[in-house]
Design a protein around this ligand. Structure first.
Ligand SMILES: NC(=O)c1ccc[n+]([C@@H]2O[C@H](COP(=O)([O-])OP(=O)(O)OC[C@H]3O[C@@H](n4cnc5c(N)ncnc54)[C@H](OP(=O)(O)O)[C@@H]3O)[C@@H](O)[C@H]2O)c1
Length: 299
């Protein structure tokens, strides 16, 4: 039995679909109450209600599971209300690991993020690091995947920015637009996750994932504008300005920018090896530009 936690998320939805096609009747998806409908239309999946902050619900969900995919998190674009980064990313992952160990789950594949480091106490990055550490320190056979930004149907990185760029007369070049990214197709991350679960040589490894090209943030903004057929004045905004903006925006219930996002734009989000997926998993990942030319960006 396979269990997907974070099944209703961007990566999770694609993963459940692919896993269920490959192993019909052997896929269980943890969904938060009221979220079942997100997976409607995917046959061969059993859903179980639960929450990573509720240990009892996890004990039920992991029963009889051999391989667990953990792609649940509070991502940096969400406001840190009531210490939610810590509760979900750190305590939630510790709960998952404890429940899985107790139930005799063999394998865990965890979705982390490229460039995750220990970070400062109290930072978003620290919660991402401790989330990964919970898997590394477990008795489970673990693999951590650390993708750069993802593209594909439902990608918040591209779709949220496209929505903002449609409305605003200027496009902000966060951090001056110089940070580099290596966009990777969601289906390729899913493929890497499933292959990781199948391959013994991936046990105990933290694997970075990136697509075949590097882009600066400025180049990505240009690609998004082209995809939505808009021309905008580009305004370089240094990270310190963004940091002040993020603090000011934090009074809003759904801020367009958070302090966690400032953290994530403060380093290059690329792997040293541009062919990392081919070298690790033996397949060629998709390129961003042809994908955008064919599918555009929903905004
Ligand atoms: N997308 C990217 O470009 C990208 C890049 C690098 C790394 N990653 C990492 O990959 C992982 C998945 O990313 P994503 O883009 O798929 O995120 P996402 O779309 O925001 O999905 C997050 C998932 O976590 C679930 N979740 C949140 N709180 C929960 C809780 N208390 N209990 C149970 N489930 C909970 C959400 O459930 P609900 O639907 O109920 O909210 C959702 O299914 C994250 O760790 C992310 O940082 C993503």
């Amino acid at each position: 039995m396979y269990l997907v936690i974070g099944s209703t998320g961007f990566i999770g939805r694609h993963l459940v679909k692919e896993l269920a096609a490959k192993h019909p009747g052997q896929v269980r998806a943890l969904v938060r109450p009221g979220k079942q409908t997100v997976l409607t239309g995917i046959p061969g999946v059993e859903t179980v209600e639960g929450d990573v902050t509720d240990r009892a619900s996890l004990d039920k969900a992991v029963s009889g599971v051999d391989t667990l995919f953990h792609f649940a998190a509070i991502t940096g674009n969400i406001k840190n209300t009531n210490n939610i980064y810590w509760k979900v990313n750190v305590e939630g992952t510790r709960n998952i690991v404890a429940a899985a160990e107790k139930a005799g789950v063999r394998r865990i594949i965890l979705g982390g993020g490229l460039g995750t480091v220990e970070g400062k106490e109290g930072s978003y990055m620290r919660t991402r690091w401790l989330m990964e550490e919970a898997a590394r320190k477990s008795n489970l056979a673990w693999t951590i995947l650390q993708p750069s930004i993802l593209f594909g149907e439902g990608s918040e990185f591209f779709e949220a920015q496209a929505r903002i760029m449609k409305i605003l007369p200027v496009a902000a070049l966060i951090g001056g637009g110089k940070a580099r990214f290596q966009p990777v197709f969601v289906d390729d991350v899913v493929k890497a996750a499933i292959l990781s679960a199948e391959r013994e040589d991936k046990i105990g490894k933290t694997i970075e994932l990136g697509g075949p090209e590097y882009y600066t943030y400025t180049e990505l903004v240009n690609l998004i504008l082209r995809a939505i057929h808009k021309k905008r004045l580009k305004l370089p905004l240094p990270l310190w300005v963004m940091s002040i903006n993020a603090t000011l925006f934090s009074v809003l219930p759904k801020p367009p920018f958070t302090p966690a996002m400032v953290e994530l734009f403060s380093f290059d989000n690329v792997t040293p090896d541009p062919q990392i997926i081919e070298h690790e998993f033996g397949f060629k990942p998709a390129s961003l530009k042809p994908y955008l030319a064919e599918h555009g960006i929903k905004a």
